[in-house]
Write a protein of this length. Structure first.
Lengths: 402, 468, 272
């Protein structure tokens, strides 16, 4: 039985719902009335646009009010690698604090590992009121089975209402396993999280369809409400080393011989940031003037942890090797931040970087085509602007360095 | 030529006309945009157009050509800009028609094995979209990751599969073209064969944008075959040449048969970190049914071993085959980027296949005589040799020697029945050979050009030598 | 296990999100003319299955959950070289979130009988969650190894597999038992295009369609399917904020001040 119910008497055949549906589930029949097929996912996009309220989702409406919640507390998994905490987890704690306050409840951190009590204390400094700590050799390296079992075990014992994990590779791997084991809902890569004041539910917003639409999701009847969030979506809170909190130690309920997966080796990534995977790219064009001109750009890239790219002109002139070339005959990149220095914005170059999330253009020529596709522009001499930027970034980043 | 001379800037009246027709964000006179469309992948001197426009359909192009024809303004069409002979460089300024935003697949006709596309779509992207149907467009130039169908049609492009599948001309069934006077004409029929009337389609394919602007192309497609690749290294060029001769003469004919000389291999090893043996190397591909290609590979292996090959390796999976071909595909880039500050000009002569080995020997003889740095690779299966001529850009002497080498080698190729260009087109650089290669037939070509483009506005300065 | 590996590949039919455009007037999705394709990441999983079969023998079977038209992508998988495929299709599965999807797929895989390896793409380009793979592994109580960039070794006799996982800080070499579920990255191989031989086979192939009652007869719980079985609900769908046409030009009279302003804006945008 289809999820969407269409009141044929009310339906005027205006087709507003057809256009709103991202899944192509609606069409008009021979009588000019809307009909729905099995592609409907109950996303509600059509309900909002129908001018005569002819659409409803009775199955969905039937969802009961959330049961009296015996679960409470907002939890965050603290990811650590080789004994070092991952900063994405501090970002989760920052957001978690906000959610906990909105729910008038406590914020707790889950720390798993071996020899990681220091991380538990750091979690308190970053805002956790409690830390659930399982410190055991079998947890020294992150493996799905023991980690998922331990987190699920803690969740069953202490019943949180919300559980956040950073959407790193390990976080996403783990979250899926934990959510399935706990038979609860999980929303990945959220870009916004907040508490609905009426229902007290966690509203989880995330992009879908390759980022072409946004969806808000709830988990009304299952606990904990789980979500993962990518690095740098939320801000890192300022740690307060004087904060007090409770560390609750637990033992794992499984032993090493029950775990069939073994990590044999870890091979760290090479120093140089891969251009195609870089989140931040600083690129130089004709305005750079020569091989030495790339110096300030390299410095900026270093401070930002990014890669250096180049336009074809600079490569042809021999100022920088071809491996850095971005554009039609070089590489295509899609970083979060692309800083184009002294690049005019020739079409062939744009082809390689136009889908960058944020483009900053620095150029002496206010009419340079690059300003047409940039979000931010500075008209000026890159040899003055770039060092100033480097300094400004350096100041900011050292302020919140973990 | 009868067109209006460029003063370096477009007059306001024309700019107004173009802006009214296309909208302000489809017209540009900015330095950056004009520079971006002033140079292709060749080392010919760049030249800026007076204005760059991005039309969206044939109707707009028709209005532009009609206007340009009346006012005698040069018009140059530009699609991928990946050509090697300066083919789309607007040497007389004027209007540059940038077509790469017209890059849609209009229709896939599965049952007929045809596809209808706009000129701006990139060759590899087209084949990626066709993969799910088990269909592909066989002519794949080395630059297939940036070359567009429009450019391939303009140049009658082809690549390593020409030996088995032929060239672009063999796959174009129907064209929609805007003529210099603005008329929009369709030519050809979407059928496999026809003997009706004069073959205007094949007149346009390879005409390098000098007769009109192609706005829609119907292509015939082939079935994606089972594939296997093989590579054989030889102790000497003579041995490799013998093997090539026997393969070409006695078969079976592979789907690709490429020869790389040790110099190119050395460059490619350095460029890509490969470890190919630095010896004359044949890279081959076989297409067909599983048993069929297995047998072909065995027969070719036999031929290679008989002719003394030092090694013979096979690759079946896409990843392995890609690695094998990586070297060959990157040959030009390796030359170019490992020799910064050099111009890496690339010759494209074709000789009857019986002369192929001789052509390679001739190239090296001449290179030694003139003191020119070269590396050769090519489609040994169709007699098409590419010679990379390296000369320091700021060394006039070396440039002159390279140019002399080029001319003498091409003239030699013509003397044994060859052609100056197998794939890259005439563009700017090969005009000097037209008279020698075609003789009186060149007069007929000029007459045809005059018929289609009496004002001479379409891509001036190309194909025809500057005589008189 | 007998000869070789019994491999199952999970496949999804998705709209080609790279072709989706936003209507500039209304800011809504233009769905017309957007083709349905096989999830690109799944083609890497299929290819890996085929490569393993070529090396070690065995059988590769595709499975998909979707509306009846999802059969198209299963035929594509067969055209690439899979030995067969199963389509899970039933109105009862509609509206499933990742939990309910993983449950249904796991039940179907259970019904397919013993297996050595389940291969999944890293994520689907419409949902982008990457959760169904781990969900299936959890339901079936088998090991999961995600973000696999290379299968180093696989031994059906000893029932062990060794892989390379590509994580943020570098590569992890992990060994685990079979049966296992792997999610694979694009780094792992280069998927083949279907050849005419494969297209012929796909044309003749029979793709059985399993319904909810088929799974229930095999022991599944119907209330865990579809919308009813989904712990999460979508309550709203809206359009992301549009990219501005014009650049915001920051006054650079005083360069260090301009730099500071830019840094602040980038912080707000969350790119640094």
């Amino acid at each position: 039985m289809p999820l969407l119910e269409i009141n044929r008497r009310e339906c005027t055949g205006c087709e507003a719902c057809l256009e709103a549906c991202p899944f192509g589930a609606l069409a008009l029949d021979e009588d000019g009335k809307a009909v729905v097929n099995e592609l409907c996912t109950a996303c509600r996009a059509c309900l909002d646009v129908c001018p005569v309220d002819a659409l409803s989702l009775p199955e969905v409406e039937r969802v009961a009010r959330p049961e009296k919640d015996t679960c409470q507390g907002v939890w965050v998994w603290i990811e650590q690698f080789q004994g070092q905490p991952c900063s994405i987890s501090w970002e989760m704690l920052g957001k978690g604090k906000e959610l906990a306050e909105a729910r008038s409840t406590t914020l707790a951190a889950c720390v798993l590992g071996h020899g990681v009590e220091g991380i538990a204390r750091e979690a308190i400094a970053y805002g956790a009121d409690q830390v659930f700590l399982i410190d055991d050799p079998l947890l020294s390296v992150c493996r799905t089975q023991p980690y998922a079992r331990c987190l699920a075990q803690l969740a069953r014992m202490y019943k949180p209402e919300i559980f956040l994990l950073g959407a790193s590779s390990r976080g996403r791997d783990l979250a899926g396993a934990v959510a399935t084991e706990l038979h609860t809902g999980l929303t990945a890569d959220c870009t916004a999280l907040d508490i609905d004041p009426e229902t007290s539910l966690l509203r989880q917003t995330r992009p879908a369809f390759g980022g072409n639409i946004m969806a808000t999701i709830i988990c009304p009847n299952h606990r904990p409400q789980m979500a993962t969030v990518r690095h740098r979506v939320f801000e890192t809170p300022h740690p307060d080393p004087l904060r007090q909190g409770e560390i609750i130690g637990e033992q794992p309920l499984l032993s090493e011989d029950e775990i069939a997966v073994k990590v044999l080796e870890f091979i760290p990534q090479k120093e140089e940031v891969n251009l195609t995977e870089a989140r931040v790219i600083v690129a130089g064009g004709g305005g750079v003037g020569g091989a030495e001109g790339f110096g300030p750009l390299r410095e900026l890239a270093r401070v930002l942890g990014g890669a250096v790219a180049a336009s074809r002109r600079t490569v042809d002139e021999g100022w920088i090797p071809y491996a850095h070339q971005v554009g039609q005959t070089g590489r295509t990149v899609r970083p979060d931040l692309y800083i184009a220095c002294g690049i005019s914005g020739a079409i062939q170059h744009l082809a390689g970087m136009r889908t960058s999330r944020i483009i900053v253009a620095i150029n002496k020529d206010p009419d340079a085509p690059i300003f047409r596709i940039a979000q931010y522009g500075i008209v000026g001499d890159l040899f003055q602007v770039v060092p100033a930027l480097t300094e400004a970034f350096r100041q900011h980043l050292s302020a919140s360095d973990t | 030529m009868a067109f209006r001379q460029s003063t370096g800037t477009m007059d306001q009246a024309t700019l107004d006309f173009l802006t009214d027709l296309l909208g302000t964000d489809h017209v540009s006179v900015s330095d950056a945009d004009r520079d971006a469309h002033s140079q292709d992948e060749s080392f010919h001197r760049p030249h800026r157009p007076d204005v760059v426009v991005w039309p969206e359909n044939a109707q707009q192009i028709s209005s532009i050509l009609k206007y340009a024809n009346e006012h005698r303004i040069p018009v140059t069409a530009w699609s991928g800009g990946s050509s090697l002979e300066g083919n789309p460089i607007p040497v007389k300024g004027g209007i540059l028609l940038a077509l790469y935003r017209m890059d849609e697949i209009i229709e896939v006709r599965e049952a007929d094995r045809q596809v209808v596309v706009q000129p701006g779509i990139v060759c590899d992207e087209l084949n990626e979209k066709l993969a799910r149907y088990g269909l592909f467009f066989p002519p794949t130039p080395g630059s297939s990751d940036v070359a567009t169908i429009g450019g391939m049609v303009a140049n009658n492009a082809s690549g390593m599969h020409a030996i088995k599948y032929g060239v672009t001309k063999d796959y174009v069934l129907e064209l929609e073209v805007v003529l210099p006077d603005g008329r929009i004409i369709r030519m050809g029929r979407p059928v496999i064969k026809s003997s009706s009337g004069y073959d205007l389609v094949r007149l346009f394919v390879g005409s390098e944008g000098t007769l009109g602007v192609v706005t829609e192309i119907t292509l015939r497609l082939a079935l994606v075959p089972e594939r296997m690749a093989a590579v054989a290294a030889f102790p000497s060029m003579e041995a490799a040449a013998q093997a090539i001769y026997e393969i070409n003469r006695y078969g079976p004919i592979p789907a690709a048969l490429e020869l790389m000389d040790p110099q190119i291999i050395r460059l490619v090893n350095e460029w890509r970190g490969l470890e190919l043996a630095e010896a004359p190397t044949l890279v081959m591909e076989f297409h067909g049914t599983p048993d069929g290609i297995a047998q072909e590979v065995e027969l070719i292996r036999e031929t290679c071993e008989y002719n003394g090959c030092a090694s013979f390796h096979m690759a079946a999976s896409p990843a392995e085959r890609a690695r094998l071909w990586e070297g060959r595909k990157e040959a030009h880039n390796a030359c170019k980027y490992l020799n910064p500050g050099c111009s890496a000009e690339i010759g494209d002569l074709v000789v009857p296949i019986s002369h192929y080995a001789e052509a390679v020997a001739q190239a090296y003889r001449l290179a030694e005589e003139l003191g020119v740095r070269i590396a050769t690779f090519g489609h040994a299966g169709d007699g098409n040799m590419h010679v990379e001529m390296l000369a320091q850009a700021d060394d006039a002497q070396e440039q002159a020697r390279a140019e002399e080498f080029n001319v003498r080698l091409v003239l030699w190729a013509l003397s044994v029945g060859g052609t100056a260009t197998g794939e890259h087109g005439i563009g700017i650089g090969k005009r000097q050979f037209m008279r020698e290669e075609h003789g009186l037939a060149l007069e007929l070509m000029k007459a045809i050009k005059q018929l289609f483009d009496p004002q001479g506005i379409m891509n001036p300065g190309k194909v025809f030598p500057d005589e008189e | 296990m007998g000869n070789g590996l019994r491999i199952i590949v999970c496949i999804k039919q998705v709209p080609d999100t790279t072709e989706v455009e936003i209507d500039p007037q209304r800011g809504t999705l233009i769905r017309e003319g957007v083709p349905s394709i096989i999830n690109p990441f799944d083609t890497y999983a299929i290819e890996e299955g085929l490569l393993l079969r070529e090396r070690l023998g065995g059988e590769v079977t595709g499975i998909s959950m979707g509306p009846p038209q999802a059969e198209e992508v299963l035929r594509e998988a067969i055209a690439m070289g899979c030995d067969g495929a199963v389509l899970l299709s039933d109105p009862a599965f509609a509206g499933a979130d990742t939990w309910a999807t993983a449950y249904a797929l796991a039940r179907a895989i259970h019904r397919m009988g013993p297996f050595d390896l389940i291969l999944c793409g890293r994520q689907a380009i419409d949902g982008d969650t990457g959760q169904v793979g781990p969900g299936i592994a959890s339901q079936l109580d088998i090991s999961q190894l995600t973000y696999v960039s290379k299968i180093r070794e696989i031994d059906p006799e000893r029932q062990r597999v060794c892989v390379e996982r590509l994580l943020e800080q570098g590569r992890e070499i992990v060994e685990g038992p079979l049966p296992a579920l792997l999610t694979v990255l694009k780094d792992i191989n280069l998927p083949r295009a279907p050849t005419f031989m494969g297209m012929r086979r796909a044309r003749r192939a029979q793709v059985p369609v399993w319904s909810a009652s088929d799974l229930i007869a095999d022991g599944a719980e119907g209330r865990f399917f579809g919308l009813e079985g989904s712990p999460t609900r979508v309550i709203k769908v809206f359009n992301p904020p549009q990219r501005e046409g014009q650049a915001e030009i920051i006054d650079a009279q005083e360069v260090s001040k301009a730099a500071g302003v830019l840094v602040q804006k980038l912080l707000v945008d969350k790119v640094i």
